[in-house]
Write a protein that binds this ligand. Structure first.
Ligand code: URA
Length: 215
């Protein structure tokens, strides 16, 4: 059993099941995207839908090698319906740029599609309900690398509660396809501790080596 499911089971939380959209006959997957986006736009699986202005589906290149995953939308993201558009988001854009990429060349989403009140941490039940959307997005994008942005995203993705110091600086793997997964400091933390930006740069080099060896 994948480690995330084990963790949810140990918390006695049922993993939420998406309606099966993989039976969709469209060979280029475009229809899958519109189905999942429409499911997210009307989702009432947890209480967070009550306070949202907009769900934040995610955006970017739907066939990128890179899939960045943050925690949850904040105030700006909830208002605009786009991930990482506030102050921390601008820093994430710089991090992406420092790798020679633009935001449009990667895919960005969050563990949760809706903003938790007062930016509190996601609750395990909310993660369990929302996670299948993200899993489907990962399945459709087929990234070569996942970047978990911050501790909370890493915990949900990797089914662990290890501290950041033990998560960053190495390659993990996600899901049945063992997608190489890197954990980096969240840009909101980097805004408070700019000296840690160097560590993010070092961590991203680990992934660039994977992509270089792959091509
Ligand atoms: N922080 C996140 O983790 N995600 C966002 O989209 C914005 C801020």
């Amino acid at each position: 059993m994948p480690s995330r499911l084990k963790l949810l089971k140990s918390l006695e939380i049922d993993a939420y099941q998406l309606r099966n959209i993989s039976e969709n006959p469209d060979p280029n997957g475009q229809t899958d995207w519109s189905i999942i986006e429409s499911q997210v736009s009307t989702c009432k699986a947890c209480q967070l839908h009550k306070g949202r202005n907009n769900p934040v589906f995610g955006d970017g290149d739907m066939s990128s090698d890179w899939f960045f995953i943050g925690e949850a939308p904040g105030k700006d993201e909830d208002l605009q319906g786009k991930p990482f558009v506030g102050r921390a988001g601008r820093l994430l854009t710089e991090v992406i740029f420092s790798m020679g990429l633009s935001r449009e060349e990667v895919f960005i989403a969050n563990i949760l599609k809706c903003r938790p009140p007062d930016n509190r941490d996601p609750k395990p039940g909310e993660v369990a309900k929302c996670f299948p959307y993200l899993e489907k997005q990962i399945e459709l994008v087929k990234p070569k690398v996942i970047v978990a942005v911050g501790r909370i995203a890493a915990h949900s993705l990797l089914g662990t509660d290890l501290p950041m110091g033990q998560l960053r600086g190495k390659i993990h793997d996600f899901g049945n396809n063992n997608i190489p997964t890197l954990v980096i400091y969240h840009p909101a933390y980097l805004l408070r501790s700019p000296s840690k930006k160097r560590k993010v740069w070092e961590d991203l080099q680990l992934v660039e080596n994977i992509l270089d060896n792959d091509s």
